[in-house]
Design a protein around this ligand. Structure first.
Ligand code: 3PY
Ligand code: MG
Length: 259
């Protein structure tokens, strides 16, 4: 029996820490994977990568010991199939606003009779083995993004979608849609109440709840709230933050000759 260790861990009640990849490089994907992230999410929506980059990034992530997922650019069955065929172990789909969106997303990720994914697991069968097609419907992790007011209103019907494994909240878009301003790690009490309602409704159905976080302390509080799939920042921001810390520390310690 083939296994997606990510799904096994989530089912066991463990928390998954994801690393988000915006940088189009198999080397930086491997580098991130070797730091111990459970899963690396290739951000094909807002990251600087195309499909050829993505294939080598999936390879880099898996070589480094992490699972690989893609946050696709949109609800496009052809594109979702390509990422799955490349060996991604799950898909995060942005802007899932209605039950119909959620059903179309699941259909794109599951082979018939459960869905309409087209057969051709070119690299997935290399990664998992030749019996992949028989197990793929069980293996692939499907997380629908709740990140608009409409998606939030339709939360419960989205959660009832057969074959959906869970949701992933995009706080930037959800804040933008609800309040006209995108915020990550919002402390606004009304937004925290919304997060709590999402997580309770999701987890009480035995589904997984993910959230995009910017800082470690916030991510830990969200895990305490019930989220079981979180990230902290992304490779691009981590690189920029470490680089600027080095530059600023060096500049601050420079001897000011002539003064
Ligand atoms: C959001 O915050 O809207 C996201 O999609 C996170 O990447
Ligand atoms: Mg978003």
């Amino acid at each position: 029996m083939l296994e997606n260790s990510l799904k096994t861990r989530l089912r066991r009640g463990e928390t998954v820490l994801s690393g988000w990849l915006h940088v189009a490089s198999s080397f930086s994907a491997e580098l991130m994977a070797r730091q111990g992230f459970d899963v690396l999410v290739l951000d094909a929506q807002h990251g600087m990568l195309d499909f050829a980059d993505a294939v080598s990034m999936v390879q880099g992530a898996q070589l480094g010991g992490a699972r690989a997922m893609a946050r696709v650019a949109g609800l496009d069955a052809g594109v979702i199939a390509k990422f799955l065929d490349a060996g991604c172990e799950g898909i995060i789909c942005p802007m899932v606003n209605t039950r119909g969106d959620a059903e179309a997303f699941v259909r794109a990720c599951r082979y018939p009779p459960l869905g309409a994914r087209s057969y051709g697991p070119t690299r997935a069968a290399l990664h998992y083995g030749s019996t992949y097609p028989e197990h793929a419907n069980e293996l692939v992790l499907t997380l629908a993004m709740i990140e608009t007011a409409e998606g939030y209103v339709n939360l419960e019907s989205i959660l009832e979608t057969p074959g959906l494994d869970g949701i992933f909240v995009g706080p930037g878009d959800l804040n933008q849609s609800l309040y006209g301003r995108s915020i990550i790690d919002s402390e606004a009490p009304e937004f925290l109440e919304i997060l709590e309602r999402i997580v309770v409704k999701t987890r009480e159905r035995g589904l997984h709840a993910g959230l995009f976080c910017g800082g470690i302390a916030y991510a830990q509080r969200m895990v305490d709230m019930g989220f079981n799939f979180v990230n902290v920042s992304a490779d691009s921001r981590l690189l920029a933050a470490s680089a600027s810390a080095v530059v600023n520390a060096f500049r601050a310690s420079e001897t000011k000759v002539g003064y």
